[in-house]
Design a protein around this ligand. Sequence first.
Ligand code: NAI
Ligand code: MG
Length: 348
Amino acid sequence: MPKIITLPGDGIGPEVTAAAVAVLREVAPDVITEEHAIGGGAFDTHGDPFPQRTRDALQDADAVLLGTVGGAHDSPWNRLPRHLRPESGLLALRKALGCYANLRPVRVQPGLEHLSPLKPELARGVDILIVRELLGGIYFDGDRRLEGHVAYNTMRYTTPEVERVAKVAFWAAEQRKGRVTSVDKANVLEVSELWRRDVQALRDREYRSIHLNHEYVDSVAMLIVANPSRYDVVVTENLFGDILSDLAAVIPGSLGLMPSASLGDGPGLFEPIHGSAPDIAGQGMANPAAAIQSAGMLLRHGLGRPDAANQVDRAVALALRQHPTRDLGGQADTQTFTQAVLRALETS
Ligand code: NAI
Ligand code: MG
């Protein structure tokens, strides 16, 4: 029986995670969930935002479902030394799991085109999966210095690092429209030359059914908002992916609609991208869609159950049309929305 560690965290984290767990129970009743502490609440109870008990629980987990961490800007947590703050718990968790591929679907739901800052005709039908390399590149390499008026950072990738994240992208594309756009700056950067060469070679060796093209990151930054429908799966290195994924995240029009997955060789981490929303925490009005969709990604990528994942995606789409939450301009509270998803699952 698959074992899922749930880490509800702070703010609206427990509210949206409870909704996601209810949905998981409905579509995967054999799954065992075990709740543990993380973030500010974990500091309050255990004196550590990533307690040893939470760390130990990851050992035999199949996947981790995370809520959100952090308090309001005036929270006493923010006056703690940096390594004890809620965000440190999250960073320590990500490090412990060693996930090298971050997946962010960017989907405009039918009927919610009006929420997008893009014109409805551009927003309609957008369905992109951004795959970002998460452990390498300029953010991580050791060779970094600031000396007076000169500073260095080094961007470095190896073939195995490129191949393992590209595999995730090709594998995801096989379940989608079979198209991958690899994003680089190969006209300027040697690292990008390596990236492009290795991604293409992997495609030619192992994924010949995939249509692969290569584009420059500056061009993608324009086209992903000017014509987002041209993309299916987008794979790129850490820095480019950081920027492109935040850029693309504005397309659906609400943070409450953005799930994510981080995959490595061990258990994957599944979490909504929004924060703990202290302004609405405890009021039962948070939109749980992103957390529920993250549970859908857990089924797809963490447990290899695409049918159950598709069921969840369809049920969320239906609930969003029938019972939009307040952040989407509707009236539904967390409970009403979650019940609508569960009803849609029962009848599907
Ligand atoms: P936030 O994402 O928590 O909130 C931004 C705005 O979006 C707020 O008005 C909030 O009410 C709304 N919102 C967010 N998620 C929503 C949802 N599911 N349903 C309805 N409305 C939603 O970002 P903010 O305010 O910058 O950060 C608040 C706290 O969250 C801080 O402590 C921050 O450090 C933390 N944070 C944690 C993250 C995580 O756990 N992965 C990510 C981002 C921020
Ligand atoms: Mg970022």
